[in-house]
Design a binder for this molecule. Structure first.
Ligand SMILES: Nc1ncnc2c1ncn2[C@@H]1O[C@H](COP(=O)(O)OP(=O)(O)OP(=O)(O)O)[C@@H](O)[C@H]1O
Length: 233
């Protein structure tokens, strides 16, 4: 099978002539949970937007399952953006209905099951929920698709620590082993136990692409410790 993500000489320059990504080369195989890690402004969201066809590369190429980002790759990707895009006046059950109609690979039973576990009522309107609960609902909607690639931009930022474990477990148990999850987060210690691989991004370049086990065995330290050492201010 072709890699789920491949980037060759990928660069992105914004209108102010600033290169947020510079000559990035990357090949990611399927069936892994990958942490996209880096300090603020290192280019994580820019890379995620390029993968999702929300930005166009300035130079270089990007392929998702062998295809250039576009209509076809959007069917393969389930994306949790940094900020909500959902209509907050809608009830959760209406959102589930809408997602079921819109995405051929959306599994409503999965969504209802997770809502029940988290004691979130399907008849509630999004705008009446707390910030953390809204985030949970969005993540549930994203993980209820049977996608090839899940992209989660800060999935647990606003969620309380007690719910984080459930959410991480949900991520683990609701994706099939041929799928890939790419997630960006600053909460490395919370999330590193579910990661197979990490990418460290610095000034728009990948400075580390390693299996988490390799880091633990060869360097004898956690990803969180390594991150703090590499990016010490
Ligand atoms: N529309 C834009 N125009 C100009 N510069 C931008 C634009 N969007 C992002 N940048 C710059 O590109 C760089 C990378 O931004 P990006 O949002 O990709 O970083 P990030 O790693 O996701 O950061 P954070 O962890 O703070 O979310 C930053 O220096 C940012 O200021």
């Amino acid at each position: 099978m072709n890699p789920i993500i491949e980037c060759r000489g990928l660069s992105k320059k914004y209108a102010n002539d600033f290169y947020a990504l510079a000559n990035l080369n990357l090949v990611l195989e399927r069936g892994q949970i990958i942490g996209l890690l880096g300090p603020n402004g290192s280019g994580k969201t820019t890379l995620i937007k390029l993968i999702n066809d929300l930005l166009v590369p300035t130079e270089g190429s990007i392929w998702i399952a062998g295809k250039t980002p576009g209509v076809e790759t959007k069917k393969l990707i389930s994306y949790l953006p940094e900020r909500t895009y959902l209509d907050s006046t809608m009830k959760i059950q209406d959102l589930i209905h809408y997602f079921t109609d819109f995405y051929g690979n959306f599994i409503p039973e999965r969504a209802y099951h997770m809502l029940e576990d988290l004691k979130i009522k399907p008849e509630d309107r999004l705008r009446t929920l707390s910030k953390g609960t809204k985030e949970k609902v969005q993540l549930i909607l994203v993980m209820s698709r049977d996608a090839d690639l899940y992209i989660l931009d800060e999935p647990i930022g606003g969620v309380d620590p007690a719910a984080r474990d459930y959410i991480l477990n949900t991520i683990l148990t609701n994706y099939n082993e041929n799928a890939t999850i790419l997630l960006s987060t600053q909460l490395i210690a919370d999330i590193e136990n579910i990661l197979d691989r990490v990418l460290f991004l610095k000034n728009g370049q990948i400075i580390l692409n390693a299996a988490v086990d390799e880091i633990r065995m060869e360097q004898g330290k956690s990803v969180d410790t390594l991150f703090r050492e590499v990016f010490r201010c």
